[in-house]
Design a protein around this ligand. Sequence first.
Ligand code: FMN
Length: 321
Amino acid sequence: MFWKSLAQQHTPFFVLAPMEEVTDTVFRRLIAGIGKPDVFFTEFMSVEGFMSRGREKVSYRLEHTDTEKPLIAQIWGLSPEKFYQTAKEIREMGFVGIDLNMGCPKEDVVKRGACAGLIQLPKLAGEIIQATQEGAGDLPVSVKTRIGHKSETINEWISHVLSYKPAALTIHFRTVEEMSKVPAHWDLAPKVVALRDEISPETVIIGNGDVLSRSQGEELAKTYSLDGIMIGRGIFHNPWVFAKEQVSHSMQEKLNLLLLHARTYTEYWGKRKNYHVLKRFYKIYATDFDGAAELREQLMPTNSLEEAEAIIAKFLVKNQS
Ligand SMILES: Cc1cc2nc3c(=O)[nH]c(=O)nc-3n(C[C@H](O)[C@H](O)[C@H](O)COP(=O)(O)O)c2cc1C
């Protein structure tokens, strides 16, 4: 019911894409505060890792607060039994759904047959969907995937996935081999929608790939009769991308956001996450104002929050007077 009622309430609804080492609980909270999407996804979490003795090495990816809701837990792996067990546990954790990653093109995972590798292992993919559906109980199970491996195989692959009646299906309109190197093939959306209408009319379809603004997403959803739009890297260009009213943001606002992110990250993760991971976010905020490039250059070699704070304080004194 979750996905269907979301699609009825918002046409289209907007989703913040799952992005490893980006969309953790801290970043999702930050985005919720400045322009909230209708749904969040966690980063993908390995069911094999979750079911092993080293669980805490992956389970931090499911950490969340009420601010980031509604939230979908995204999982990946190879063993249907582990998907079943993981889904059973996830249903007690406050998520509104479970998503299966069948789209990540990383060579090492694809070689092992996981994530986008499942496009070439449709029997296993089906077993994984079924096992997760069984473990998830009342929680809806969705799938996020691509249009094919070497070439577009929507008729075979997407029909196959739809035959398991996922509650929602996110399509990143590129093949695995295309990675993110060519523009997304949105013109293939009607093919997906027609298959949905024929095979699983209750499945909600979410389009994904290269969307940089709400208005662009609205246009695409309207053109192709899609229920939802997922935005990933668009958030790097504009952290306020989900805000209904688009206004320009001052240097001060951007730097306040940078500091809020860095402080919340450091306070929340402590020693559990490396400071250097945080630095890639600095580029998102230190952009499009006088001196932004120079500030970025100064922030890149920093080794701690305190160093970054001192540099920003000095920059503000110099640039505000
Ligand atoms: C840094 C990064 C990490 C990603 N991690 C995940 C992930 O954990 N799970 C997933 O399904 N997709 C992941 N993706 C893919 C995105 O969710 C999305 O499908 C892709 O970026 C295309 O959408 P976009 O053009 O709006 O960015 C990741 C993408 C990026 C750039």
